[in-house]
Design a protein around this ligand. Structure first.
Ligand code: DGT
Ligand code: CA
Ligand code: CA
Ligand code: ZN
Length: 572
């Protein structure tokens, strides 16, 4: 069974036809609309027709439309359509972003209602002005409002950490169906971007109807937007959109490659394919002459046939990974299994909700060998920050616990506050006795770049710091990083052997992937910490590892891959 491309091709031709109608290019518009109809009613897969070189023999399909179809089948895009879309007034183009609004209706709405944006249209629909238009009515007006809601939700992105558990459940559900051979989520999720626009679920199946049915009947589905045998879209609770594509098993690797993206990575890959005389699309890698299939079932076969090593999804951002893959010089990315401990964790001694014993047990259940208890220090009054005396007391509890534990170590640490002048709020002689000192900024973010950088560097140069916690202070979608000259910070960190943290808390992921890579290239060591304040937050560790991988880090770049002894020796 091969999924037919007919519906996708027809949709492209139809849209071209409609835009040409608006442009009063009657002759061409009729030709495209007619061709769209022909393709829709074609009983054979249009790709087979193309393979035989007989596209222009389909009634109603001439040479230029055949070329448009061939281009779309090869590249997934159409230059004619792109250019036509570009040529429309901005208001019309914006309205076409709405599900169910094509070029013709968009143009009519703009003309007859004098609206020029989605905001205008929403207002008009709410005031009941849309239903009066010929051929619209109350039902269509309601649908427009629904589409506007969906559009708005598409603009919001979800935190990777919030999406991970949803995906786990979804995959368990899908794999529970006998019709499902493989199920994975591609797109930005597979690349582990810090935020996710929508989920792109790919299912391998020989029974697309059953697989699609399974998908739309998932428990958390709130609304089914569209439901077809090969492509369906739903909204989950909280308005997370999921697109599901059902693919024949023999083309699964090609689809996985295509829909993992990023778009920029794929564009570069296709250019390489063209140079080799190949073409690459969501159905496979083919020889341009004669269309012989070179690879499609497994993703690594596609990269292999292009003369490249398989590229980890986290690297697929067109940031040099393709050249590295061609030269067989991709980094051996750090793996979750190589992480031996969590280097930033709170307890109920400060503002955490768990006892140190609970933290240790949880860390063991996550297959870790150690965990650093890094509670807040005294400046953070609201977090019940610890002073020197309470730190000493906590140390005794940790010693006693370590005596009981076998093959696991709780490290004595602190998340020490960096004061306004860059000094630390715990005495040096106390810090000296600890196993792991994280220093963080928690207030006074208003300084300019020079002031903030100087303050940070002073903290790095203090005697007993091991790592700088959440180095830029950003909160995703909520707070920008404070101004810092990271180049200077990284240089100071290298000089003193101080690590920069990858804070794995979903809202933080700080440093981010790009800065992480820059730090690594400067020679900075990185530490990963969950910053857990509750037991389940210790499960954020994989998020930190994802950032590290997106930052091209290897095990050697990450302190958490060291054993306790190696860590202690490093501290000197
Ligand atoms: P997101 O959803 O905004 O977080 O980001 P992505 O990367 O998941 O983007 P999405 O969902 O629009 O598409 C998933 C992947 O599918 C994308 O990374 C590349 C591929 N793709 C989708 N549409 C196109 C297209 O029109 N042309 C090309 N070349 N690739 C596409
Ligand atoms: Ca996506
Ligand atoms: Ca998508
Ligand atoms: Zn902190």
């Amino acid at each position: 069974m091969i999924v037919s491309a007919n519906a996708d091709v027809a949709a492209v031709l139809y849209e071209i036809g409609e835009i040409l109608t608006i442009k009063e290019d009657r002759f061409r518009s009729r030709a495209y609309l007619l061709a769209a109809q022909r393709i829709t009613s074609l009983t054979e897969d249009v790709r087979k027709v193309k393979d035989r070189g007989e596209l222009d023999q389909i009634p109603g399909v001439g040479k230029s439309i055949a070329a448009t179809i061939a281009e779309f089948l090869d590249t997934g895009e159409s230059k004619v359509l792109e250019e036509l879309r570009e040529s429309l007034p901005p208001g019309v183009r914006q309205l076409m972003e709405l599900e169910g609004i094509g070029p013709k209706n968009a143009m009519r709405l703009v003309d007859e209602l004098k609206v020029s944006s989605i905001d205008d249209l929403e207002k008009a629909a709410k005031e009941g002005r849309v239903r009066g238009l010929k051929g619209f009515g109350e039902k269509k007006e309601q649908n427009i409002l629904l589409s506007i809601g969906d559009y708005r939700n598409r603009q919001t992105r979800f935190l990777l950490g919030a999406v991970l558990p949803i995906v786990d459940d979804m995959l368990v559900w899908m794999r529970g169906s006998p019709a499902v051979i493989r199920a994975e989520v591609a797109g930005s999720y597979r690349r582990r971007r810090e935020t996710i626009g929508d989920l792109d679920l790919l299912v391998a199946s020989n029974d697309p109807d059953a697989a699609s049915e399974r998908f739309v009947s998932m428990p958390p589905v709130e609304r089914v937007v569209s439901h077809g045998a090969t492509k369906s879209t739903v909204y989950l609770k909280g308005h997370l959109q999921v697109d599901c594509r059902v693919i024949p098993p023999e083309a699964y690797g090609a689809a996985l490659q295509y829909f993992t993206g990023s778009k920029d990575h794929n564009v570069k890959l296709r250019i390489i394919g063209v140079k080799l005389g190949y073409k690459l699309n969501e159905y496979g890698l083919f020889r341009r002459e004669g269309d012989a299939l070179l690879a499609s079932e497994m993703e690594d076969e596609i990269y292999g046939a292009l003369g490249m090593d398989w590229v980890s999804p986290e690297l697929r951002e067109n940031r040099g990974e393709i050249d590295a893959a061609m030269e067989h010089k991709l980094p051996k990315l750090v793996k979750l299994e190589e992480i031996k401990g969590d280097l930033h964790c709170h307890s109920n001694w400060s503002d955490g909700s768990m006892t140190i014993k609970e933290v240790a047990d949880k860390a063991r259940s996550l297959s870790l060998n150690y965990v650093a208890i890094t509670d807040h220090s005294k400046s953070l009054g609201i977090a019940h920050g610890l002073d020197e005396a309470r730190l000493a007391e906590q140390g005794k509890e940790i010693d006693a616990l370590n005596d009981e534990l076998d093959g696991f170590r709780v490290l004595k640490g602190v998340e020490c506050d960096i004061k306004a002048d860059g000094s630390l709020d715990i005495a040096d002689k106390v810090l000296k006795e600890l196993d792991f000192v994280v220093a963080s900024l928690h207030s006074g973010f208003k300084g300019d770049e020079e002031a903030m950088t100087t303050r940070m560097i002073k903290a790095i140069q203090s005697e007993h710091v091991d790592a700088i916690g959440h180095p830029t202070g950003r909160i995703i979608q909520k707070r920008k990083p404070y101004p810092l000259n990271l180049d200077r910070v990284f240089e100071a960190a290298v000089a003193r052997g101080v690590a920069m943290e990858i804070n794995a808390f979903p809202e933080r992921l700080d440093l981010d992937d790009v800065s992480c890579r820059k730090a690594m290239e400067t020679g900075v060591a990185m530490s990963i910490g969950t910053d857990a304040h509750a037991l389940n937050q210790m499960e954020f560790l994989p998020l930190g590892v994802s950032v590290a991988r997106r930052g091209w880090l290897t095990a050697g770049d990450v302190l958490n891959t060291l054993t306790v002894d190696e860590l202690t020796r490093r501290r000197g």
